[in-house]
Design a protein around this ligand. Structure first.
Ligand SMILES: [Zn+2]
Ligand SMILES: [Zn+2]
Ligand SMILES: [Zn+2]
Length: 742
């Protein structure tokens, strides 16, 4: 008796076939393994310990098997076990390209084994680990199609590469100190150290308070001593980031636990093969106060390459700032030839080319579940399964900020790495390059291009250009409809009421939406929203949130604003002008609401990075408790905001700032939940979800979830794609699938 096994999932480029070969031989089995296209692998085994084999197979490293069909079959009389090469394999659409994977335990052990020939070799990898997506130029995933093609294997490496029972069998990144990539330290445009000495010297530079640019998997990092106010402060000054939080890389999980609280989910994320930056709650201020100023959280990651481990071997300190090397809004630096675009005291570089840039991923536990702030290295380009069958290929280009792009084909969605702020020229070029690359890699030929409804976005402009050039159809998707679609697309829901809360999205009525109750299902409808309030000076109000306070409370706060005239670039004169304006632009933005409260509580008067006032409000509220008992004020389909601003203004002196921050967050969460529940009721919908950038607020999402579940309804949040604008491209694609495709 034999068995035929069919598996689907991540099976290419992660050593699945050699792994199966090894366990088949171990259990005395005969038969074969082969790829049969579309990501399916077929295995036939007979004549040995099948049970033992199946048990090990189910625990295959990194394989993330989606499906495994096992069927008993007659013996076929195989004489040994073989890895069969099928013709035309890997050519089909939806073939799986693996993401970049953190160094595995076995490689790590070898790297520290004096008798191993890769002892302390910084680029040690195997079939279970190493760069993938960032080095692949095209499929099939063979060495000549990667940036490793410049390194001819030495005899020893080649022997491993060709040996089916070796862990490096067909490991496209196989290399050693003899034949593989080398590492250098560059200072003042000259190579001053090589190999281990380069790493040692880089560590010393960091400890001396210098800025070291380090070339990694998907681009360069800027590294500085995370304990040093001077070093972190200098980095902020040089890169025009006065207070945007920096991520830190720590030596190990114990070091992480010394600076932050870590629960089971967070620990699992930190140590996963994707090794994202995990946003954790700080344990006091153990590092420089400039690392994440004014926030109760800190982004932490563990080392994920041999180089990172070797660097820490030479460091006395346990934490370094590791932030993407770029000026705000521009793409992460990837090539030596771009080195003149950034400033650093020295550069630790290697000579393996990066084909695709890829920033670190960033996740946070929100309401006890995974929430992606950025889905990038370690996850991309793993496809997401969707419940819609796309008969025509769609390319969705996202909105303007935090952009990703998304390809949808068959029942798969391929979300790109983080691209960023597309109003910057270089970033838009990066997007175009990434679009072309992903289309080629996955054999996708879009006949529909989805973009935001806002005609002013560069991505919308690009959609029209592509349409003109290639004759494709353009579908414009309202921003919050896209957020709502991302939620039902991710969870495979027929319909849901979606609370879409963020900073800004161009509304169907031309106003600035951002606090929306959306019906998403057979069609998309706006069911309710936060009552419009004026944004005096439009965009200026997003940078200077005291303008939101002025817009909502008017004359009443004139004197109070004058007391804060230093927070206005033109002082009292500016306040005078503001008082006369009523604001042409109206908004229902939840983000601006939170910004306004933050300014009213003197927590943040100037936004130096996206989300800053609201994030600092959340930080303050984290140590607060309810102060005023304010019931939601909902009139018709609108959540009122003036009342809560007035209450807080009148009680500014009576309560702690933290308690008022808590109260305001509770007010908006309660109101949104109440209105959504009311709409779910009237529409007969059983599902309520939340999406949009404000859904990163742990308190707001948790509070809404609690209220929704208390009503016996199902609650959903984004767990596979970002709820922020990094998930909008996915939502745009899903929207096309629901609304416009037959
Ligand atoms: Zn490995
Ligand atoms: Zn070698
Ligand atoms: Zn948004």
């Amino acid at each position: 008796m034999g068995v035929l096994i069919k598996t689907k999932g991540l099976v290419q480029g992660i050593g699945f076939r050699p792994f199966v070969y090894r366990i088949a031989v171990k259990h005395g089995l005969k038969g074969y393994i082969r790829n049969v296209g579309d990501g399916t692998v077929e295995i036939f085994v007979e004549g040995g310990n099948i049970e033992g084999f199946l048990k090990e197979l189910k625990n295959a490293p990194l394989s993330q098997i989606e499906k495994m069909d096992i069927r008993e079959e007659k013996d076929r009389g195989y004489e040994d076990f073989v890895i069969e090469k099928s013709t035309g394999e890997r050519k089909e659409k939806g073939a799986i390209v693996p993401p970049d994977i953190a160094i595995c335990d076995e490689c790590l052990r070898e790297m520290y084994d004096r008798n191993n020939r890769r002892y302390r070799y910084f680029f040690i990898t195997c079939t279970h680990c190493g760069p993938r997506y960032t080095i692949i130029r095209k499929l099939p995933y063979d060495r000549e199609n990667t940036t490793m093609d410049e390194f001819a294997m030495c005899e020893d490496c080649e022997r491993e590469y060709k040996n089916p029972v070796d862990r490096r069998y067909h490991a496209q990144t196989v290399a050693c100190g003899e034949c593989g990539p080398e590492i250098f330290l560059i200072k003042d445009n000259a190579i001053i150290e090589k190999g281990e000495e380069a790493i040692r010297r880089a560590a010393k530079e960091i400890e001396q308070g210098h800025i070291v640019a380090i070339k990694g998997i998907g681009g360069f990092h800027l590294a500085v001593d995370a304990q040093s106010d001077k070093a972190v402060g200098r980095l902020r000054e040089m890169y025009g980031r006065p207070s945007q939080p920096f991520a830190v890389m720590v030596r190990d999980i114990d070091s992480a636990e010394r600076i932050a609280y870590i629960d089971d989910l967070e620990k699992k994320l930190l140590t996963s093969f994707s090794r994202p930056i995990v946003v954790l709650r700080k344990k006091g201020e153990k590092l420089s106060r400039f690392v994440s100023p004014g926030l109760h959280t800190i982004g932490v990651m563990l080392p994920y390459t041999g180089l990172h481990y070797l660097l820490f071997d030479h460091l006395e300190i346990d934490a370094i700032v590791m932030t993407s090397a770029n000026h705000p809004g521009n793409p992460i630096l990837k090539d030596e030839k771009e080195m003149n675009k950034i400033d650093a005291d020295c550069f630790l570089i290697h000579n393996r080319k990066i084909h695709q840039r890829c920033d670190d991923s960033v996740v946070r536990a929100v309401n006890g579940r995974v929430s992606f702030l950025r889905r990038s290295r370690g996850y991309v380009p793993l496809p997401l399964n969707v419940h819609i069958n796309f008969k025509r290929d769609v390319a969705a280009l996202g909105p303007e900020l935090d952009v990703t792009i998304c390809l949808l084909t068959g029942n798969k969605a391929i979300l790109s790495q983080y691209i960023g702020n597309t109003s910057k020229y270089d970033t838009l070029e990066y997007l175009k390059d990434c679009l072309q690359h992903l289309c080629r890699l996955f054999g996708v030929e879009p006949s529909v291009i989805a973009c935001d409804l806002n005609p002013a976005f560069e991505t919308s402009q690009l959609a029209r250009e592509i349409a003109e050039e290639k004759g494709t159809e353009v579908i414009e998707v309202q921003h919050h409809f896209a957020h709502a679609a991302s939620l039902i697309g991710e969870h495979g829901l027929d319909e849901s009421i979606c609370i879409a809360v963020d900073g800004y999205g161009y509304g169907l009525d031309g106003q600035a939406w951002g606090g929306e109750i959306i019906y998403a299902g057979r069609d998309f409808k706006r069911m309710g929203h936060i009552e419009y309030f004026p944004l005096i000076g439009g965009d200026r109000a997003t940078y200077y949130p005291l303008r939101v306070v002025a817009g909502i409370l008017g004359k009443k706060v004139e004197d109070w604003l004058i007391e804060r005239k230093n927070s206005f670039p033109h002082g009292e004169k500016e306040i005078e002008v503001i008082m006369k304006q009523r604001g042409d632009i109206l908004t229902s933005s939840c983000g601006r609401f939170l910004d306004g409260i933050s300014a009213l509580l003197d927590i943040c008067h100037y936004r130096s990075y996206e989300g800053e006032p609201a994030m600092k409000l959340e930080a303050a509220a984290a140590s607060g408790r309810e102060a005023l008992d304010i019931e939601p004020v909902i009139k018709g389909d609108k959540i009122m905001v003036k009342e809560i601003f007035e209450e807080i203004f009148e009680n500014l002196k009576r309560y702690r700032r933290e308690d008022l921050a808590f109260t305001a967050q509770k007010y908006i969460a309660t109101s949104l939940a109440e209105l959504a529940i009311e709409k779910a009721d009237s529409e007969g919908v059983k599902n309520i979800g939340i999406s949009g950038g404000c859904a990163y607020n742990d308190f707001i999402t948790t509070e809404i979830a609690r209220r929704v579940k208390r009503e016996g309804l199902n609650f959903y949040q984004n767990e596979k794609v970002p709820c922020g604008d990094g998930g909008v491209s996915f939502g745009q694609g899903i929207y096309c699938g629901i609304m416009r495709m037959d």
